[in-house]
Design a protein. Sequence first.
Length: 147
Amino acid sequence: MLDRQTLRDWVHRYNTEGLAGLRDRPRPGPAPRLTPEQLAELAQVVDDGPDPARDGVVRWRRVDLQALIRARVDVEMHERSVGKLLRRLGFARLSVRPKHPLSQPEAQEAFKKASGSWFRRRCPSTRPASRSRSGSRTRPGLASRAP
């Protein structure tokens, strides 16, 4: 059922604007809670990553960013809204595995290189065990028995 006032509004819009006046118009939504400068600052903070000494975390979670926004900008946001905001800024949910601040990448690479050559020198003839077609290992004693 169509209200008379709605029909009257449509007729006035059609008379002034034609068919284009009958199309849906964008509705004003709520005002953005963060300014473009604050959004740029948040994007930079997320891109740089947290400092474990200063921030107390090794990777950003939405709840951590929610507290950061509350502390810096004094804007209260829901955790889900922070996720939507991050998605709009182009960040994905996936994150890299955090690295320990005292890790030594050179020592790790040297260990990988040394352990591979050590294993090949110690066990040169080691081959992977063969498997039967059923997927389980066969016992050699059963194969030689006569029925």
